[in-house]
Structures are given as structure tokens and as C-alpha cells.
Design a protein around this ligand. Structure first.
Ligand code: HEC
Ligand code: HEC
Length: 220
């Protein structure tokens, strides 16, 4: 109980920092939206060409803005679940509320299914070069952290972090995005179905361990 009491002001402060960072990056995003405008893909479903490509690109694979996740080769069922969680508000970190809520609220189940099927069928994203703590991160991903009672990431996310079903693909994802999500889990801002296990893991990992594993995963 005392932990909840102590952590509350910190949580609010962190949330407003993220919100500010989000607002600043919105400007960046809109600028790159203009730059990417020529890259709409005519074979993509209409919902992707009208509502998703300007931030995620049509194949979901690039843009390299750290706070925008890569969607290419992500599991279809996971993408669908996340879009529904943005739509029902259970996924409520600052980046989600600023960028994805307004879009998800207008999506029908059929549009969610079309967008998810499209991004899931795109080629896996190009890996990032491994950062300096990627070797430590590999150890965490393969063996977990015994002292903190954290199972290996591979045991749920797959040996190559390729994901399946409810377990998202993490391979080739932007490290800064992965780090942000671990913090959001830890802060209790991701309350969608299936988020319980990651909230516990987020609370038990140090910032250094989170960075290391994110560097490793982004390099796969
Ligand atoms: C204005 C920019 C913007 C647009 C347009 C946009 N997104 Fe996003 N999307 C984001 C950001 C930023 C995030 C990260 C949110 C977070 O950190 O919680 C995100 C997250 C997601 C996620 C969660 C991925 C994961 O790994 O959990 C999915 C799925 C997604 N978007 C799908 C879509 C689809 C489908 C569309 C079009 C219908 C779309 N997005 C349009 C910016 C955008
Ligand atoms: C017991 C199973 C399990 C283990 C072990 C596990 N995860 Fe997860 N992870 C999940 C599930 C389930 C989700 C989807 C949560 C949701 O839908 O909110 C997830 C989601 C995530 C996400 C969000 C990805 C995105 O695109 O938004 C990250 C990041 C993540 N896990 C990292 C890790 C790391 C790093 C480890 C190892 C230290 C790990 N996970 C271990 C089950 C697990």
C-alpha cells in the first residue's frame, strides 16, 4: 500500500513529461507526413492509404521516428487487439492518447481486420545495428533474470522474438519504442487484456536491463 502512495506523484510527473515529449514529436510527425506523402502504396487497403501510412508508412517498416512502432510482420491478432485497446481506451499511455486514440475511435472492426492483415503480411523490418549493451540484452532475452524471477523473453516472444498469437513480435522494433513501452507497463498505463504479465516484468527490471534487452531485440 505504501508503495502505491509513494509512486503516485512520480507517475503523474512522468506522464506529463511523456505528454510534452509527445506533443513536441507530433510536430515532427506532421512534418514527416508531408515528406512521406508520395509513398502511399496503391496495393494497400484503403484504410492504410488514407489513415496509417503517413505515420507508419504503407509497409509499416520505416520512418525511424523512435516513438512510432514498426508494424511490418507483426502478428495479425496482436495488431487487432492493440487497435481495439486504443479504441476502448484501455491502452492509455501519452503517445497512445495523442496519436492512436483519435484514429482508432473511427475504425470499424472490418477496417481493423484489413489493416492488421496488411501489416502482418509485409516483410520483416530491417534490423538496427546492435548497441553496446546488446550482448547483455541477449542474455536476458535467452535466460531471463533469475534473481528477479523474470522468465526469458524468448519463452513467450519466441527464440527470434518473432512473436505469435497474443505475444507480439519484438524483433527489429525500434529500441526507444520498446523502452517506452516497458516504462508504460511499469507505470500502469497499459491496461489492455494480456498486459498483466508485462506490468510485473516492467516493475522488476532496472532501466539499464530494459535498455540492454531493447538494444538486443531491435538488432534481430
Ligand atoms: C499520427 C500518427 C499515427 C497514425 C496516423 C497512425 N498511427 Fe499507429 N501509432 C502511432 C504511435 C505514435 C504509436 C505508439 C503508441 C504508443 O506508444 O502507445 C502507434 C501505435 C500503433 C500500434 C501498436 C503497435 C504495437 O506494437 O503495440 C498499432 C497496431 C498501430 N499504431 C496501428 C495503426 C493503424 C492500423 C493505423 C491506421 C488506421 C495507424 N496506426 C495510424 C502513430 C500513428
Ligand atoms: C509470460 C509471457 C511473457 C514473457 C516471459 C515476456 N513477455 Fe513481453 N509480452 C507478453 C504479452 C502477452 C504481451 C502483450 C501485452 C499486451 O497485449 O498488452 C507482451 C508485450 C511486450 C511488449 C510490448 C510490445 C509492443 O509492440 O508494444 C514488450 C516491449 C515486451 N513484451 C517485452 C518483453 C521483454 C523485454 C521480456 C523479457 C524480459 C518479455 N517481454 C517477456 C508476454 C510475455
Amino acid at each position: 500500500m505504501s508503495t502505491h502512495f509513494i509512486s503516485r506523484p512520480k507517475r503523474n510527473m512522468n506522464a506529463s513529461i511523456y505528454a510534452l515529449a509527445g506533443l513536441l514529436s507530433l510536430v515532427l510527425c506532421l512534418q514527416s507526413a508531408a515528406a512521406q506523402a508520395q509513398k502511399a502504396d496503391s496495393s494497400a487497403p484503403q484504410i492504410v492509404s488514407t489513415s496509417c501510412y503517413m505515420c507508419h508508412t504503407a509497409n509499416g517498416n520505416t520512418l525511424d521516428l523512435a516513438f512510432i512502432p514498426r508494424l511490418s510482420a507483426q502478428n495479425q491478432s496482436y495488431i487487432e487487439a492493440q487497435l481495439k485497446a486504443f479504441r476502448d481506451g484501455s491502452l492509455s499511455d501519452p503517445a497512445a492518447t495523442i496519436y492512436m486514440w483519435p484514429i482508432a475511435q473511427g475504425l470499424s472492426d472490418a477496417q481493423i481486420q484489413q489493416a492488421a492483415a496488411w501489416f502482418a503480411s509485409q516483410s520483416a523490418p530491417t534490423p538496427f545495428p546492435p548497441g553496446s549493451s546488446a550482448a547483455e540484452g541477449r542474455d536476458i532475452s535467452m535466460h531471463g533474470i533469475v534473481k528477479a524471477d523474470i522468465p526469458s523473453c524468448d519463452s513467450c516472444h519466441g527464440a527470434k522474438a518473432e512473436g505469435s498469437g497474443i505475444f507480439p513480435r519484438l524483433a527489429g522494433q525500434n529500441a526507444q519504442y520498446l523502452i517506452a513501452q516497458m516504462r508504460y507497463f511499469r507505470l500502469g498505463l497499459r491496461n489492455e487484456n494480456n498486459s498483466e504479465v508485462m506490468k510485473r516484468i516492467g516493475l522488476q527490471m532496472t532501466d539499464a536491463q530494459i535498455s540492454a534487452v531493447a538494444e538486443y531485440l531491435s538488432s534481430l
